[in-house]
Design a protein around this ligand. Structure first.
Ligand code: FAD
Length: 518
């Protein structure tokens, strides 16, 4: 008999999970899994989550969404990385303090590892991200990562998206329903457990008792099933990541043809940082801060100052959260996905990627035989590692700061606020750069390239002088750095502006070049 899945919650996590499962588990065929999603019209979605990480392209491609449709209907723009301003030094001492985390990995034109040569100064006084890829200069010129003739989800430069969170959920919802997902508007008021402590049924106000083989909790911070009912414990990491509040605003552009940045701006502030994201017709701007270091009123003042004239008239939303996650995300016949099982502040926009990875794993570990125990164990172990490593990666951004101007930054630099794992890695990286050996490819969202970009962007010093005599390709490395510099220059005239590409896609869609017949 066909298996059934009930998803509670219709935010980004719920709809992405529904669409992904529908596609992978053939919801629209008689032998496939039947999927129902129930969402409340009384409880809203979190309504933020506008930045993503490049795996989003794979997810959107797999669920069969056309890229032009995504850009048109979710107001999506291209995100090629994050520019971090004022993270390293006290702003009064270093007004131009900045670095870039590109999504593009280091130049692959050569087998040679360029990083040791950069560490020895072969590229001159050029930041690592600028020396090893063309992307930083493309982004600084507010250019797109691709041409209108490139195929769906493909480009010479790696990218993710910024989008309107509410519109994205709608686009994905439509796609999920086209693939056979049934939608119920209802609020789940109660959950019944069976004699084994698994979920027996859920009770909707309108639809009454609803049953399924597998229940997926996408009910957001409420965690209606996995937390409230099954009592899976939440482990807090607020002693490492202090930010626990955000205030957000939607800001109109100064003029309709204003350039759209193709990166997120993350600007460090006294007690946290502001995000600044460009969509088609507006910016999404917010201040993520620590309530132990800043009042809500002071945070709103900071955000308004950042936005500038007119900010007082704009509506704002205040949000609360706590860094942490549940180590048991799959318990018996219930799997939590999205905010219901954890959230780490949005500095590297990991919220949606956790949901994407969870949906992917769930499809692979789907309990066709009815045995959930082994799948649950594997899922929980993998998600725990993934969360722990992302927490270390986010902490790295704060821990390496040399800022001493406020208590927030001084507290963030305190060794007691970083994990032993992170401190151990940093010890090693004093004498060798991070490599693929430091990454767990099956669990880590961020690979060695990202760790390198943050470390060296934050002016971390790796002393490889003892190895200098064993490096033989100084001339080749020099040529390669020069070639990347030249390619960057060429790229500036080869790709359109970000706004021009977005407008063109909205008007006509991508027009991939047909391959010539052999
Ligand atoms: P929600 O959006 O809260 O949806 C919950 C759903 O459950 C709703 O449909 C609700 O109606 C339903 N529901 C709840 N209770 C019931 C019930 N009893 N019965 C029926 N339905 C119910 N992520 C990123 O990837 N990038 C970012 O840039 C980013 N920025 C963020 C900034 C902030 C300040 C915050 C707080 C989060 C951010 N996130 C970001 C995280 C991102 O918003 C979430 O991961 C994403 O939106 C998924 O949320 P969700 O679907 O789990 O929960």
């Amino acid at each position: 008999m066909s298996k059934s899945v009930l998803i509670v919650g219709g935010g980004t996590a719920g709809w992405i999970t529904a669409a992904y499962m529908a596609r992978m588990l053939a919801a629209d065929t008689p032998g496939g899994v039947s999927i129902t999603l129930v969402e409340s019209d009384e409880i809203g979605t979190v309504g933020v989550g506008e930045g993503t990480f490049p795996i989003i392209r794979k997810t959107m491609g797999r669920i069969g969404l056309d890229e032009s449709e995504l850009i048109r209907e979710a107001d999506a723009t291209f995100k090629q990385g994050i520019r971090f301003n004022h993270w390293k030094r006290n702003p009064a001492d270093a007004p131009d303090d900045t670095y870039f985390h590109p999504f593009q990995v280091c130049s692959q034109h050569t087998d040679m590892d360029l990083l040791p040569y950069w560490l020895l100064g072969v590229a001159g006084d050029v930041p690592w991200a600028e020396a090893c890829t063309v992307q930083e200069r493309v982004v600084d010129a507010k250019l797109a990562p691709k041409l209108i003739t490139h195929p769906n989800y493909n480009a010479p430069l790696n990218y993710a998206y910024h989008f309107d969170a509410g519109k994205l959920a709608q686009v994905v919802r439509r796609r999920a329903m086209d693939m056979g997902v049934k939608r119920l508007i209802d609020t789940i008021d109660d959950v019944n457990l069976d004699e084994n402590g698994a979920i027996g049924s859920v009770l909707g106000r309108v639809n009454g008792e609803l049953t399924a083989d597998l229940y997926i909790d996408c009910s957001g911070f409420r965690a209606r099933l996995i937390g409230e009912t099954l009592g899976s414990e939440f482990t807090s990491y607020k002693d490492q990541l202090f930010c626990d509040r955000a205030v957000a605003m939607q800001v109109p552009y100064d003029r309709p043809d204003a350039p759209i940045p193709s990166c997120t701006y993350a600007t460090a502030q006294d007690a946290g940082w502001t995000w600044d994201i460009g969509l088609h017709n507006r910016r999404g701007v917010g201040y993520v801060y620590s309530s132990a270091h800043c009042t809500d009123e002071a945070a709103l003042d900071t955000l308004r100052r950042y936005v500038g004239p007119g900010a007082d008239e704009l509506k704002h939303r205040q949000l609360s959260f706590e860094a942490g996650f549940r180590k048991v995300q799959w318990h018996k016949n219930c799997v939590g996905i999205g905010l219901s099982v954890g959230f780490i502040e949005p500095l590297e926009a990991t919220g949606i990627s956790f949901a994407e990875v969870a949906a992917l794993m769930l499809c692979n570990l789907f309990p066709w035989s009815g045995d959930t125990e082994r799948s649950a164990r594997q899922f929980n172990e993998a998600m725990t590692k993934r969360f722990e490593h992302v927490i270390d990666f986010i902490k790295l951004h704060y821990y390496l700061s040399q800022r001493t101007d406020t208590a927030f930054w001084r507290d963030n630099r305190d060794p007691a606020s970083a994990s032993d794992y992170l401190k151990g890695k940093l010890e090693q990286w004093r004498h060798r750069p991070p490599s693929f050996l430091d990454i767990d490819a099956s669990h880590d969202i961020f690979d060695e390239n990202s760790w390198q970009y943050i470390l060296y962007g934050m002016d971390f010093k790796t002393d490889i002088s003892a190895r200098a005599g064993a490096l033989r390709f100084y001339d080749d490395a020099k040529r390669e750095f020069e070639s990347i510099r030249q390619q960057s220059q060429n790229a500036l005239s080869a790709v359109p502006t970000h706004r021009d590409l977005v407008s063109e896609v909205v008007a006509h869609g991508f027009r991939p070049k047909k391959r010539a017949r052999a």
